[in-house]
Design a protein around this ligand. Sequence first.
Ligand SMILES: [Zn+2]
Length: 237
Amino acid sequence: MAKFQCIECGSEIDTLYRDYKGGSIKISRCKVCDKVADKYVEYDPVVILLDALLLQRQAYTHLLINTKSDSPWHLALLLWICDAFSKLVLQRSELSNKGLLGEHPINYSYLGLELYLNYIIAASELLTLLATVLVVFFIKRVLHHRHISINSKLITRAVIVANLGRVLAIPALLWGQSYGQLYSVLCQGYVCLSSVQALRVVSEGNHGTLWAVLAVTLGFTTQFVVSNFLHTWLDHK
Ligand SMILES: [Zn+2]
């Protein structure tokens, strides 16, 4: 894969901007579509983030391909904490709806254990999704007679960045717990869409959208199965 990509048409470009003496820079134009190759170079990070939240493909190309960054795993650690927390709030609200809570004073060491277990579940869910997506992309590569390469680092980053949408569930859980379950379903749907968008960007070769949809569908199905299995297994403990 090239160093940089035009965010409008996906063509390879050598540089996003040129630095001239005297501190002025000139943003590169794409030779294929003649548009500004990456307008986000000049944008405020908040605007880029908002466009990514609105699932703009251009913003994903900027974030995943044109931005150089460290390993995405520190984002994953943060994501798991948020996810574990929202899972815990949901479980608590379900228990209190059933009237099972409130009979005993809150046991904080038990609460800590619950958070810890939810953290493990959140981590297993993301790893399952990632493994399935990588397998699908590997099959894609075999079917295309290895004319394309799979960049597992880039795919990992795409999946983790797309899953950051889960963090959106937290304010909603804190505002009101009556729609918690509904909101977590909506949130899951949103994360599915953002995963498709992110994987389209990093998918090389033809039928990128098709493979992204396939990878996300299979990924979230396996994730659902593994998550259900873990929940049942832990409930029996
Ligand atoms: Zn272009």
